[in-house]
Design a protein around this ligand. Structure first.
Ligand code: ADP
Ligand code: MG
Length: 245
């Protein structure tokens, strides 16, 4: 894996409502450069919404988002989305394009690369995730795990400073989860700054540097994995862990 040198991400006092539903109620999250923050919590607690606010797919009602210590709320949102790569539960690959074309699309459109340049870059990224040999295959012919690795390669090809993963392994058959988690672990160990929303408690506990437990739109507890997993302070986290572990 290559070295990643820039990118610390901070969310400060983020509030967001959908109509009368106050979904994020003053969220603070700081992810130092080169570290991995996992975000855990029950369904509906606001984890996906937080990621979407942090890469400005949704504008917060209140609060600030800083990248490398600088507020990004006044920047062009497209620019921010180039700096933050995102991987979703449903891989969101274009079904009628080949694997390589899925990766080259954004390189050509957003980075303005020539066809040959983009192809070369795409093959290099696919090689990193072990899928160069299927560059010219369509996504429907791949396993879910392979599709998700293509989605990760597509995000990495943009050379993001930060990577977001939103339950990236939740839609996979159990036997395919391991390969994707291994890739995410390599990225984390390679120094990528990452925010990982996950139900994989093993990843959260063993790979991430910090764990943030959200419930009902607030951060209930946040800290090093050993601390949260071995001595949760709140009943809410104790209850959550006894349900999922
Ligand atoms: P999680 O990812 O933790 O399961 P979400 O962020 O998806 O939680 O959802 C948090 C809350 O926000 C839920 O009550 C959900 O119904 C609501 N919500 C999410 N997205 C939208 C939306 N686009 N419009 C209205 N409500 C939404
Ligand atoms: Mg979600």
């Amino acid at each position: 894996m290559s070295e990643f040198t820039s990118g610390s991400l901070t969310a400060k006092n983020i509030h967001l409502s959908f109509g009368s539903n106050h979904v994020l109620r003053g969220i603070d999250l700081h992810v130092p450069q080169g570290t991995t923050a996992s975000v855990i919590g029950p369904s509906g607690s606001g984890k996906s919404t937080l990621l979407r606010v942090m890469n400005r797919l949704i504008e917060p009602d209140q609060g600030d988002i800083l990248l490398d210590g600088k507020s990004v709320l006044k920047d062009n949102p497209d620019e921010l989305r180039r700096r933050i790569g995102m991987v979703f539960q449903q891989f969101n690959l274009f079904p009628h394009k080949t694997v390589a074309e899925n990766v080259t699309l954004a390189l050509r459109k957003l980075r303005g690369m020539s066809k040959d340049q983009a192809r070369e870059e795409a093959l290099a990224q696919l090689d990193l995730v072990g899928l160069k040999h299927i560059a010219d295959v369509r996504p429907a012919n791949l396993s879910g795990g392979q599709q998700q690795r293509v989605a990760i390669a597509r995000a990495l090809a943009m050379k993001p400073e930060v990577m977001f993963f939103d339950e990236a392994t939740s839609a996979l058959d159990p036997e395919l989860v391991k390969g994707v988690l291994a890739l995410m672990t390599d990225l984390a160990k390679g120094g990528m700054t990452m925010v990982v929303v996950t139900h994989e408690m093993g990843f959260s506990r063993n790979v991430s540097d910090t764990v943030t437990f959200m419930d009902a739109g607030v951060v209930v507890e946040s800290g090093p994995p050993e601390e949260l997993f071995t001595s949760p302070r709140t009943e809410r986290l104790q209850g959550f862990l006894s349900d999922v572990l």
